[in-house]
Design a protein around this ligand. Structure first.
Ligand SMILES: [Zn+2]
Length: 294
């Protein structure tokens, strides 16, 4: 009898702590989203101002990026289960193929955020790309994953990320050279997106990078078509979530939509890039091995 009571107690405690962990995490994701939405609007105005920034050396940028990546990885630590699963292997493999063709010779690293409710991706200076499991779960092909990783990689390759850090440090009076000072920068500034011109550049260059890595440019087309449909569904029927997405997933997706140009504009530009670079024959996409839907 005593043993059974002890077992029930242990089970109860286990379940209670699971619930606490889950709640805490959901709260963190939800409040981060509210901030992303506000920051996204504020950033757009700030970024219209002309910048006078001194270019940092690659070494300096890498040091800053590594510090930030270590710091932000802790935010998502609760979701890390194993470094060796199929989806993570796909992310590393496809990311590696793209990174080999980037203009800047940095040490590019890809981090999977194991959160089904995180439908977003972002890049940090020095070569760090983060992508949420939720975003990968709405993909069907390697080419779609390549289009998203390629877009983020180009934000690094074209100095968008490091300029964002320099600008934020200037505005917040933080010292770039002081270890620990920059980790005060909230993650949201990287998730909030960049100027419209920078987003368009990352889309164009990301498509060409994906092609250089051996992927179809139509991965970007099918991804933007998917975003356009989700954007339409989430704005016209907010009460019937498409693709069985949770409320929290829908919120992160809304944050993504607010921080990027309209999917229709991105789709139109992607088709134009494909025409201009005579890539119309490269339509074949490869099913994503880790995707259950492919
Ligand atoms: Zn972007």
């Amino acid at each position: 009898m005593k043993q059974r009571l002890a077992l029930v107690l242990i089970l109860g405690l286990g379940i209670a702590s699971l619930v606490v962990v889950q709640r805490r995490h959901e709260h963190a994701t939800a409040s981060a989203n509210a901030v992303i939405n506000m920051v996204a609007d504020a950033q757009r105005d700030t970024l219209r101002a002309p910048l006078q920034l001194t270019r940092l050396s690659d070494d300096e940028e890498t040091r800053i990026g590594d510090d930030l990546a270590d710091h932000y990885a802790m935010v998502f630590r609760a979701d890390r289960v194993s470094d060796d699963d199929a989806i993570n292997r796909d992310v590393q493999r496809i990311g590696g193929r793209l990174a080999a063709h980037a203009n800047r010779k940095l040490q590019y690293r890809f981090h999977l955020i194991r959160d089904k409710n995180f439908l977003n991706a972002f890049a940090l200076p020095g070569g760090h790309v983060f992508i949420g499991l939720g975003l990968i779960e709405i993909m069907n092909t390697e080419d779609e994953l390549a289009s998203v990783l390629g877009h983020e990689l180009e934000h690094i390759d074209h100095y968008h990320c490091v300029e964002r850090v320099q600008l934020e440090a200037q505005m917040r009076k933080l010292q770039l050279g002081v270890v620990g000072d920059l980790v005060q920068l909230p993650l949201t500034i990287f998730e909030a997106g960049y100027s419209k011109d920078q987003e368009a550049e990352a889309d164009r260059e990301g498509i060409l990078l994906a092609v250089a890595g051996g992927y179809s440019p139509y991965g970007a087309v099918s991804m933007f078509e998917k975003f356009a449909r989700l954007h339409h569904d989430t704005t016209t029927q907010p009460n019937s979530p498409p693709e069985e997405l949770s409320q929290l997933a829908l919120e992160t997706l809304a944050g993504y939509f607010r921080s990027h140009p309209r999917p229709e504009e991105r789709l139109a530009q992607a088709k134009q890039v494909i025409r201009e670079h005579r890539l119309t024959s490269q339509t074949a996409q490869t099913p994503l091995p880790s995707s259950s839907k492919s």
